[in-house]
Write a protein that binds this ligand. Structure first.
Ligand code: IMP
Ligand code: MG
Length: 204
């Protein structure tokens, strides 16, 4: 028999602290099911491709795809909006060359829309590849931070301007595997020289 730890060990790490739960697991799952039903109705006669933006979209895409009762396909693109440990303001896309989306209806699945820069970049790249239609589904949406206004067709939750982790979202690659969304406060003293002065609200 294994002992159950009294505290979730995923939440303990010296780089910072989880301040509070913003969206609990039950609320998340219910909303993902609602989004799935809505998407299934909208795309009933279409040839749907869910395009997961890695890494953050991994859990959301896995759950959302199972909540959509259609014969869809799933594709993956990696989007990074940083160079090394510094935010660069540039988005680097990987694996986009092999995508076959010509004539298909593409729904981009994103963990969070923060400044909107990632979406601007991916939208332009996909438009050039001949998709029949393009739309965006974001689990979280920080309206106050939006520097690049972008039409997001499906939004899980509009949230306040706080840095969050869990359900795919990371801080320095940690906390993606929390089953809920939590507000995160980094520990300034644990940061290396290259991270200092960088706001946790800058895309990592
Ligand atoms: P955008 O290009 O500024 O919209 O930022 C998108 C990316 O920044 C997301 O896909 C995340 O990887 C990251 N990001 C933005 N805000 C947060 C946050 O609160 N927590 C974790 N990652 C975030
Ligand atoms: Mg990230």
């Amino acid at each position: 028999m294994t002992m159950t730890p009294s505290r979730d060990r995923r939440s303990t790490h010296p780089i910072g602290r989880l301040e509070r739960t913003l969206i609990d697991e039950i609320t998340l799952n219910e909303r993902v099911r609602e989004l799935g039903a809505e998407i299934a109705a909208d795309y009933a006669e279409r040839d749907l491709v869910l395009l997961c933006l890695l890494k953050g979209g991994i859990y959301f895409t896995a759950d959302l795809s199972r909540a959509i009762d259609l014969p869809l396909t799933v594709e993956f693109v990696r989007a990074r909006s940083y160079a090394g440990t510094e935010s660069s303001g540039e988005v680097k896309l990987s694996w986009i060359d092999g995508l076959e989306i010509d004539g298909r209806d593409v729904l981009i699945v994103e963990d969070i829309v923060d400044t909107g820069l990632t979406l601007v970049e991916i939208w332009d790249a996909l438009e050039a590849r001949g998709a029949a239609s393009l739309a965006i589904c974001a689990l979280l949406y920080k309206e106050k931070r939006l520097a690049h206004p972008f039409p997001v067709r499906y939004i899980g939750f509009a949230i306040e301007d706080v840095f969050v982790v869990g359900y795919g979202l990371d801080y320095d690659e940690r906390f993606r595997n929390l089953p809920h969304i939590a507000v995160f406060q980094p520990d300034e003293s644990s940061r290396g020289p290259s991270r200092q002065g960088r706001s946790p609200l800058s895309p990592p």
